[in-house]
Ligand binder design. Structure first.
Ligand SMILES: Cc1ncc(COP(=O)(O)O)c(C=O)c1O
Length: 279
């Protein structure tokens, strides 16, 4: 009920035909019609803070008061489940109908009027961020870097490092041994963040050794690339994803220590195999 015109006209006509019909009005929280204290709400087109002359309250047998949250979530459900793109007042009407329907058995006929298309609300109730901003949707669970690291197979140590003073040949052997294409370079053995001084990558090593086979005898320090970027264990996985635009791996740190390496393919593997929980 907005102006009340629809419910008054339709309700009167139906009652003329069948006086046993029950007319139910869906009303937002914060509207005068169902006796609430008038206050602002987000559902558009329905509810009032005064009684308009277009509304004949004697036609309405009962009211169901519906929150913005229930109205919008129901509208989204109608769109998702029925393929009918509806607005917030329709969500409110369907929510009210479902509530009333629980009191009756399957022999009861229930008709719901859906007044509005959802096209007018694409940047409102059909926008995930708008819904989150108003607290109308529960925040999706944040996946942290730590969880992706923990999901890695156990066939590889979490961290394979090369020492800066190892020879390039040793570094090549190490990459081969573990079937990896890159590794962080440490000043000395250890996992403190400050020990991580560079990185080696198969592609650049090949390039270097192909042009200059003597490079195999050089120290890793002479041929290494800048360090692999670091993300914190409790960062959202988006932090690693952002690095993967430029880099193929990140180091995961916790309390000043490096816990392990996360690669693009680790993240891909995680995304492909985690259990789907979203509705
Ligand atoms: C989106 C929407 N829903 C519901 C209504 C309610 O209809 P009525 O004004 O006939 O009560 C309106 C009225 O303008 C509306 O705009």
């Amino acid at each position: 009920m907005g102006t009340g015109g629809t419910i008054t006209g339709v309700g009167r006509y139906l009652k003329e035909r069948n006086p046993d019909i029950v007319v139910v009005g869906a009303d937002p929280e914060g509207s005068l019609y169902s006796g609430d204290q008038p206050r602002p709400y987000l559902t558009e087109g329905i509810g009032e803070d005064f009684w308009p002359e277009t509304f004949d309250p004697s036609v309405v047998d009962r009211y169901v008061r519906v929150s913005d949250r229930d109205a919008f979530r129901t509208a989204r459900a109608v769109t998702r489940l029925e393929g009918i793109l509806v607005g917030g007042s329709c969500g409110s009407a369907v929510h009210a109908a479902l509530e009333v329907a629980r009191e009756f058995d399957e022999s009861t006929t229930i008709v719901v009027l859906l007044p509005d298309t959802g096209r007018n609300y694409l940047s409102k109730l059909y926008s995930e961020s708008w819904m989150l901003q108003y607290g109308l949707l529960d925040r999706p669970d944040v996946v942290r870097v730590e969880e992706v690291l923990a999901s890695k197979g156990v066939d590889l140590p979490a961290l394979v490092t090369v020492r800066a003073h190892d020879k390039v040949r040793q570094a090549v052997d190490l990459l081969q041994e573990h079937s990896i294409s890159q590794a962080p370079v440490v000043r000395e053995d250890g996992t403190e963040v400050s020990a991580f001084v560079g990185s080696i990558r198969e592609r650049e090593l090949l390039d270097r050794i192909f042009r200059d086979p003597d490079a195999l005898q050089a120290d890793v320090a002479e041929v290494m690339a800048p360090p692999i970027p670091m993300v914190e264990f409790d960062d959202p996985v988006e932090a690693a994803f952002a690095e993967f635009e430029q880099q193929s791996a990140v180091l995961v740190t916790k309390a000043g220590q490096v816990l392990g390496v996360l690669t693009r393919s680790d993240l891909l593997d995680f995304l492909a195999h985690r259990r789907r929980t979203s509705s």
